[in-house]
Design a protein around this ligand. Structure first.
Ligand code: BG6
Ligand code: MG
Length: 219
């Protein structure tokens, strides 16, 4: 019997929703009269919606009233949801299902550990919800990544010690959160950005089952 569990981040690990977050933030920035670049969007990965808006307003040098701030949070999310509502299975990132299927077959617990408050509807849209034994998302946490809270709740739900949990993450803040939780961190994306991860892969196509088996058996 294995005593390990896997925790998957959502945006940028399971689905490429970063591009939709970007388009929705860019629209708001443009409406407010400034530009928002793809490079600046890197800072938004793994970061809560509220914190993203704070950073965006800093970039645009805009002082908002509480009322404006709340209105823009809602506006951005409605634009983002327009993209999400059109999603289907074709937007699952390559080989994510192969790994999920393998873990399921081995009866390994699988949790989601995401900052997003839209996590559940997205998993439903792409028909992956059934793979997850536990969903820990932006609605379940009080502290954002790099705080380890989201991953520690996932470990607790799975009934596992943090050091027996393995996290897939595409964001610097997420790798930091996994490391802060004393979990095994696997960076999905550019190694030069995710250099603090214990292991790095560009995407799931590079992960073969012998690597997963090794993680399972080292425990
Ligand atoms: C993270 C994304 O997964 O979720 C961030 O990487 C995003 O870019 C955050 O801001 C919150 O998402 P949502 O869906 O609650 O606005
Ligand atoms: Mg992510």
């Amino acid at each position: 019997m294995y005593e390990v569990g896997f925790i998957f981040d959502l945006d940028g690990v399971i689905v490429d929703t970063a591009k939709y977050h970007y388009l929705a933030w860019k629209k708001l920035a443009n409406e407010l009269g400034f530009e928002f670049t793809v490079d600046q969007n890197e800072m938004f990965k793994g970061v809560s919606r509220k914190r993203c808006l704070e950073i965006l307003l800093d970039i645009g040098n805009i002082n908002a009233t509480q009322e404006q701030f709340d209105k823009w949070m809602v506006e951005k999310n409605l634009d983002y949801l327009d993209y999400i509502n059109k999603m289907d299975e074709s937007e699952i990132l390559p080989d994510v299902q192969r790994i999920l299927k393998y873990l399921k077959k081995q009866n390994i617990p699988i949790a989601l550990g995401s900052a997003s408050k839209n996590a559940k509807p997205i998993l439903e849209k792409v028909k992956l919800l059934e793979y997850f034994d536990f969903i820990v998302d932006g609605n379940s946490v009080t502290k954002a990544k790099p705080d380890p809270e989201v991953f520690l709740i996932a470990a607790e739900n799975m009934g596992l010690m943090p050091e027996n949990c393995i996290v897939f993450e595409d964001a610097v803040a997420g790798i930091e959160a996994a490391n802060n939780a004393k979990m095994i961190s696997i960076g999905i994306g550019e190694e030069k950005i995710l250099k603090e991860a214990d292991f790095n892969f560009n995407d799931f196509t590079e992960i073969d089952l012998s690597f997963i088996k090794k993680l399972l058996n080292n425990k």
